[in-house]
Design a protein around this ligand. Structure first.
Ligand SMILES: Cc1cc2nc3c(=O)[nH]c(=O)nc-3n(C[C@H](O)[C@H](O)[C@H](O)COP(=O)(O)OP(=O)(O)OC[C@H]3O[C@@H](n4cnc5c(N)ncnc54)[C@H](O)[C@@H]3O)c2cc1C
Length: 340
């Protein structure tokens, strides 16, 4: 059976898209541009499910979609595993996408395996990289990379015999650099047909209380590891002085130095700040997987052999407790300079 196009699940809540949607659309755009060299008809298609969401299609076109399939119905107002799986699976069996990309959010991690099982295809979960078969042999075959064996290795997975090729991709690992103001495309409205009795009844939604800072959106991060134990107040003070936030390695979180919410890495969050300052962090691969895409990385470690130096833009060998105050002074000078 002929399959075509790269589909992206456009996750939204109350008409606000998850950032990962724009990252996936940008990536799909790049993949599609490569495929278009041999198959000019391949498109980026966004799937928009929800209620009163039709007005949001413009944003999806501007971020790279050529076509948006919209299913707008009161039954889809709140995410439901059952209903969303039904609709997306129905879209797959009707339109035969070649691949389907979903953000590895809580919703995406719930939805993707259900769909994969329903349509009998494979799923590469929690991916960090996607490319088209670099051998050039199969122009639409995705090579999807994800951490494996506890993050000690990266595995590249292909799905040669089933379609769509499905993957959930971690937020913040891809660039969301495609944006064309006023770009438009084709809208396909899908009728919601499912009136079977649901096993789950939606009563109400209780928004999660936000505690502290959201490190995933921060521009400057002071990140502390086990080497900073007992001195996280110094990191807080440094962050306060230059408008940054504090994050931590799992080593530090396990010691109770910082809450799990601010853990960076494979089992924490992926961050991409302008400046990441790693203090007393050894640089285990499970940690660097969550921060190595930061624009500028400064690592301070007593051990000149520490692995963190291999991902750092600037490495400082020494005691973080002594170096940090000087570093903050220099950052402040630069900030004042750029303001004047
Ligand atoms: C499945 C799995 C998932 C994991 N997920 C994550 C994850 O999401 N995030 C994560 O971070 N880890 C994760 N880990 C743990 C990871 O492997 C490391 O154990 C952890 O990152 C180590 O934390 P650390 O660098 O703070 O501590 P350490 O490895 O103990 O390093 C402390 C460093 O501080 C330096 N130091 C000490 N004192 C000073 C000082 N005064 N000034 C400067 N340097 C100093 C030392 O030289 C040392 O390099 C995971 C592990 C597994 C198995």
């Amino acid at each position: 059976m002929e399959t075509k196009d790269i589909y992206v699940f456009a996750q939204q809540t109350d008409s606000v898209f998850e950032n990962v949607v724009f990252e996936l659309l940008s990536e799909a755009r790049k993949l599609c541009d490569t495929i278009n060299v041999t198959l000019p008809d391949f498109k980026v298609v966004a799937l928009l499910l929800g209620y009163s969401v039709k007005n949001n299609v413009k944003t999806l076109f501007e971020h790279g979609a050529d076509r948006v399939i919209v299913c707008d119905h009161p039954n889809l107002a709140h995410y439901s595993t059952e209903k969303y799986t039904d609709v997306v699976s129905q879209i797959i069996t009707t339109y035969h996408p070649d691949s389907l990309l979903i953000g590895a959010t809580v919703v995406g991690r719930d939805l993707a395996p259900r769909i994969a099982a329903r349509v009998d295809t494979g799923l590469t979960a929690d991916a960090t990289k996607i490319e088209i078969d670099p051998t050039g042999e199969h122009p639409t075959q995705l090579w999807i990379t994800r951490p494996a064996f506890g993050g000690n290795l990266f595995g590249t997975i292909v799905c040669p015999n089933h379609r769509p090729q499905m993957s959930t991709i971690r937020p913040n690992v891809l660039d969301s650099d495609f944006f064309q103001h006023g770009r438009t495309g084709e809208i396909l409205e899908l009728e919601y047909k499912n009136d079977s009795e649901s096993l789950v009844k939606f009563l109400s939604r209780i928004p999660k209380e936000e505690h502290g800072v959201n490190i995933a959106k921060a521009r400057i991060i002071f990140s502390g590891g086990r080497g900073m134990s007992g001195h996280f107040d110094l990191l807080e003070e440094c962050a306060r002085q230059v408008g940054g936030v504090v994050a931590a390695s799992r080593g530090a979180v396990d010691m109770g130095e910082a809450p799990k919410d601010v853990q960076v890495g494979q089992t924490g969050k992926t961050v991409r700040p302008t400046l990441y300052i790693a203090c007393g962090i050894s640089g285990a691969v499970q940690h660097t997987a969550g921060m190595d895409k930061s624009e500028y990385i400064i690592a301070i470690n007593k051990d000149p052999q520490a692995a963190i130096f291999s991902v750092a833009t600037l490495g400082i060998v020494g005691d973080a407790l002594e170096i940090l105050p000087h570093l903050v002074e220099e950052i402040q000078k630069l900030q004042q300079h750029s303001e004047s």
